[in-house]
Design a protein around this ligand. Structure first.
Ligand SMILES: [Zn+2]
Length: 291
């Protein structure tokens, strides 16, 4: 599997041999005005040759346009580095055009683009914040209105997976008897909350969730929190914030070692005969000696 990324290719049948004329014009302009390697511009050209973009000038792109391309890369085994490299390139190109043609390119164009990255967080995302109690409970209320939002939020919040592992945590890979997601040789354990959610999804026809839907659905939650007046107007809710929220609200049971959310029904108090100290243990194992 060494050098896997060098072998991954974008399916030829999904590529045109031309670009939309504005896109071609802008890339040529970019090439003249900047000084990157040949491969850098080539990457951009390949991106814009994607069949879906044949009639779409870049100034009209939204994040889901880009995620279509990224999803095909994921399906075809491109490495995380390669995917993140392309997202960075598109982002740099976008910045160039916003500066150069402010009349054509809105400054908010592809605002969430960097959230599609799968690997290392960008610097600005190191500045993450867990949801506070009020925000978390509004978020939980909101997600009940959309099963996809609920699934995406709960997978991230309950399991605190790496972003790229979202592709494993999908209903079609669930082994419900063993409460694990299993895709090829990768296994991720899940908890009873996810088990419940999977039962619910079983009754929904055409349920679909993908990695690239994450930013969209988090934005919906963010907007709801803003409407409720409990979220800073200038913040964007990201995957990293949900990860921090998990870390803030989940506690590992000292007896069985399983993590549970710090809701009182998940916890019990246990003591040993000869001491008056009560310890917090999960309500599943109740502090009993493990078999
Ligand atoms: Zn326990």
């Amino acid at each position: 599997m060494e050098n896997k990324r060098d072998k991954a290719v974008f399916p030829k049948k999904l590529l045109n041999n031309f670009m939309e004329e504005n896109n071609e014009k802008w890339i040529n302009e970019y090439r003249k005005d900047s000084n990157f390697t040949k491969g850098y511009y080539q990457t951009l050209e390949n991106f814009f040759k994607f069949k879906d973009y044949a009639k779409k000038p870049f100034n009209l792109f939204n994040t889901s346009d880009v995620s279509k391309y990224i999803e095909i890369m994921i399906e075809n085994g491109f490495s995380i580095n390669r995917i993140d490299y392309i997202i960075s390139n598109i982002n740099t190109f976008k910045k160039f055009l916003i500066e150069k043609h402010p009349d054509v390119f809105n400054e908010n164009l592809l605002k969430d683009l960097l959230e599609l990255k799968m690997g290392k967080p960008e610097k600005k995302y190191i500045d993450t914040q867990p949801l506070n109690l009020v925000q978390l409970n509004y978020a939980k209320e909101y997600i009940k209105s959309n099963i996809r939002t609920e699934y995406i939020f709960e997978i991230l919040y309950q399991l605190n997976i790496r972003k790229q592992d979202f592709e494993i945590c999908l209903p079609q890979y669930a082994d419900r008897e063993n409460m694990i997601f299993k895709k090829k040789d990768k296994i991720i354990k899940y908890n009873s909350k996810i088990q419940e959610l999977l039962s619910k999804i079983n009754t929904v026809s055409n349920f679909k969730a993908t990695f690239s839907m994450i930013p969209d659905h988090l934005t919906k939650i963010e907007q709801y929190l803003k409407i409720k007046g409990v979220y800073n107007e200038n913040r964007t809710l990201t995957y990293f914030d949900i990860s921090k929220t998990h870390e803030a609200y989940f506690i590992k049971c000292p007896n069985c070692g399983i993590e549970y959310e710090n809701i009182s029904s998940n916890w019990a108090l246990a003591k040993v005969d000869f001491s008056n100290n009560y310890y917090l243990v999960c309500s599943k194992c109740k502090g009993e000696p493990l078999k």
